[in-house]
Ligand binder design. Structure first.
Ligand code: PLP
Length: 312
């Protein structure tokens, strides 16, 4: 994400807009723990107060409010449009997680939002950066979450499943026009010692071969059905606010924060599942090799935790 942000700044500089050097991003986002990435995380849960004066101040808008499985409401763009009309001359790029906001709240929003956002970015000369670090490589049921909207970002970050979690590697992809503009102006100013580490790249290639030669699409669809069957019954349970399933992601949102320490012990000692709830959320993102039985163990564990009130 640091690299994606730097790329947007250098692109704006190279194309005659050195004044565009801030980022516009929704509340509820999560983009990583380094200083630049932290600056575009949710300002409350991202601990901006602890690092006030150190983390650059970016521009925030309300998180996309219309749920994935609902009609699109144009009003959900109001806060974004306001931010553009007030600050367009300073905005280098809009940064967000397409369709699924992950660690900032496990929230799934309507893909059409991204289409409208793409139009606004084009109208105001801002780049669009998709953070697909959590959503990339099939997690939401599409190879990349941006595909739900048919939207191509200018810059995209991938990580996590890129190497199947086996080695540390992330990557930033950009449209040719971005790369060419930066290279005409000079060089891209980023080059840490282990960038494009050959061993990590080889692992990524092997992992991607496994993914594309597997029936990942069917597996994710089955996992989606199994998660829905296992978690939907909780919709009416005491203390539950919402149940959401998309691709291989299952979420049970409670009305109040859950007792995390008690719960982790409960899961390990009593259910045979290792789960890590946070805030008001139980969630699971199982690997695609998970069988129906595996998913059953996970959903039964969450149902028991809720029904036996282990979250109190
Ligand atoms: C995990 C995550 C990151 C951070 O990736 P690191 O490789 O840990 O820096 C950024 N964005 C999203 C959406 C993530 O889920």
């Amino acid at each position: 994400m640091e690299v994606a942000l730097k790329m947007a700044i250098q692109y704006q500089h190279a194309t005659g807009h050195p004044e565009k050097r801030r980022f516009l991003t929704p509340r509820g986002g999560y983009h990583g723990d380094t200083i630049g990435a932290m600056s575009v995380c949710d300002p409350v849960t991202g601990m901006h107060s602890l690092f006030a004066g150190v983390v650059p101040e970016q521009l925030f808008f309300d998180r996309p409010s219309c749920p994935f499985h609902s009609d699109f409401r144009p009003e959900s763009l109001a806060s974004l449009e306001d931010a553009f009309t007030q600050h367009a001359d300073q905005i280098a790029a809009v940064v967000l997680e397409p369709v699924v906001q992950g660690a900032g709240g496990m929230w799934f929003y309507r893909p059409e939002y991204l289409k409208r956002l793409r139009e606004l970015c084009d109208r105001y000369g801002a780049l669009l950066i998709h953070d697909e670090i959590a959503t990339g490589f099939g997690r939401t049921g599409k190879l990349f979450a941006g595909a739900w909207a048919g939207v191509t970002p200018d810059i995209m970050a991938v990580g996590k499943a890129l190497t199947g979690g086996v080695m540390t590697l992330s990557a930033v992809l950009a449209k040719d026009a971005i790369a060419e503009a930066i290279s005409r102006d000079g060089v891209f100013m980023h080059g840490p010692t282990f960038m494009a580490n050959p061993l990590a790249c080889r692992v990524a290639l092997a992992s991607l071969d496994v993914l594309v030669s597997s029936r990942w699409h069917d597996r994710v669809r089955h996992i989606e059905q199994e998660l829905a069957a296992g978690l939907e019954p909780l919709r009416t349970a005491d203390g539950v606010r919402d149940v959401r399933v998309l691709g291989a992601i299952g979420v049970v949102e409670m009305a109040e924060p859950v007792a995390m320490d008690n719960l982790m012990a409960f899961f390990v000692d009593r259910t045979g599942a290792w789960l890590r709830p946070f805030g008001r959320l139980f969630y699971t993102m199982p690997p695609y090799i998970a069988t129906g039985d595996d998913i059953g163990i996970i959903t039964t564990a969450i149902r028991r935790a809720v029904e036996e009130k282990a979250w109190r």
